[in-house]
Design a protein around this ligand. Structure first.
Ligand code: GLY
Length: 431
């Protein structure tokens, strides 16, 4: 079977890498891919991103399955377009993707279905939003309702910051239509984890837990990013917490979406906050896999991902389990100079050939913002590479990832040196 993976980041490289390992798969196209997917003999990049053109390509090439990585095409209805053309695709419909594409939809849905989340109000009128902030006081979280490339969430520790965020979104139109409606919600403290499942409309199969590092700098300081590193499993998701997340969040979400006539099929990502008392609340839903979380998750997945997706498309996820490598995995993201505000492109990347199966047997380097020209591989986006390692312990995975990074360089390369710090502190620095 020919498979098409839509997207070009680290998540899609990891997905395509895993899908290509399936004995059921003869060819994997990646649209548009990156320099890493271009270099992989098992993968073929295609320079197509428009949904109608992807439908035409899939028909012409006899693609048997399409898997969508990013939220934007899902929110724009790529699954609806493929389904209308009688092509198999794994992902939520445009209506179901509202769990991510409208923060107001997601919050109201959670309230309707008794799913734990922070208290909130939604505003389109700036004066009303400012009055609410004055009455409520900080800290607050101000969110653009729509998709804003990961930049539409402001954690406002002061009322002044909350007012400024409302001004930027509702008055200055910082995010265009995506910010024409804002959600203002209570700030909640705790430890965040990424809980991702595959859903078939009625059942959910949990993937291994993971944890991201959203801030740019060590010690969780600096600006928010798309994610500077991740590991799996996340020790904060104990077996008891895992059962609670399934019972209190995932099951009511899948059942609620089905009851409301928008059954959810696809990867579903719940960003959950677990506080010191064990209280659990959903921070956000994403209608896709996380990035970089996908990278450590895929290297730990022992089951055939294509078989799992086929169960999801057949509505039989309740009949299958996912098998996991018992080792830990960690991804350290290497970012471009100027990331996240203004990533610089064009810097030449050196040393990729020094990280290979012989020199670093437990390491896989997934590409994200890379492109190749006549001179070699260059930086072409904010997050550039995801250096991903397996280890008997998280500490060993960390050591292997950072040892591989020592071989790679480009001007302005930025990365955190403390990926895994929460889990390692929890385990008392277990080696
Ligand atoms: N790593 C966070 C996300 O994918 O949304």
């Amino acid at each position: 079977m020919k498979v098409l993976v839509v997207g070009g980041g680290g998540r899609e490289h990891a997905l395509a890498w895993k899908i290509a390992q399936s004995p059921r798969v003869t060819h994997v196209f990646v649209a548009p891919g990156n320099a890493g997917t271009a270099a992989d003999a098992d993968l073929e990049n295609i320079d197509v991103t428009d949904a109608d053109e992807l439908v035409a390509f899939a028909k012409r090439e006899g693609v048997g399955l399409t898997v969508v990585g990013p939220e934007a095409p899902l929110a724009a209805g790529i699954v609806d377009a493929f389904t209308e053309a009688r092509l198999r695709i794994f992902g939520p419909t445009r209506a179901a993707a509202q769990l991510e594409s409208s923060k107001d939809f997601a919050k109201a849905f959670m309230v309707r279905h008794g799913i734990p989340t922070a208290a909130y109000r939604t505003f389109t009128d700036a004066r009303e939003a400012h009055a609410y902030i004055d009455a409520h006081g900080a800290p607050l979280v101000v969110k653009a309702d729509g998709l804003a490339s990961g930049k539409g969430v402001v954690v406002a520790m002061t009322s002044a910051d909350a007012h400024a965020a409302v001004d930027a979104m509702l008055d200055a139109g910082a995010f265009g239509a995506a910010g024409a409606r804002v959600v203002v919600e209570d700030f909640i403290e705790g430890e965040e984890a990424s809980f991702i499942v595959m859903a078939d409309g009625r059942h959910a199969l949990p993937l291994a837990s993971s944890q991201d590092h959203k801030r740019l700098a060590d010690g969780d300081r600096g600006p928010n990013t798309g994610g500077m590193g991740a590991y799996s499993p996340a020790p904060v998701v104990t077996p008891t917490m895992h059962a609670r997340i399934m019972r209190e969040v995932i099951v009511p979400t899948i059942e609620g979406m089905a009851e409301e006539g928008t059954p959810y099929r696809g990867f579903l990502y719940a960003g959950v906050m677990i506080d010191a008392t064990g209280a659990l609340r959903v921070l956000e839903f994403n209608c896709r896999l996380g990035d970089p979380e996908t990278q450590p998750i895929m290297v730990r997945l022992r089951s055939d991902l294509v078989v799992l997706i086929e169960h999801a498309l057949a509505g039989t996820l309740d009949r299958v389990d996912a098998e996991w490598d018992r080792r830990s995995a960690m991804t350290v993201v290497l970012a471009a100079a100027g990331y996240p505000e203004a990533p610089r492109r064009g810097d030449a990347i050196e040393g990729l050939e020094r990280v290979n199966r012989d020199t670093h047997p437990d390491v896989t380097v997934f590409h994200a913002g890379t492109a190749k020209d006549a001179e070699g591989v260059k930086v072409a986006g904010g997050r550039v590479l995801g250096v991903t390692a397996l280890g008997e312990s998280l500490r060993q995975a960390q050591r292997a990832a950072y040892a591989a990074i020592a071989s790679i360089r480009y001007d302005g390369m930025q990365y955190r040196s403390d990926i895994g710090h929460r889990a390692l502190a929890r385990r008392g620095g277990a080696s």
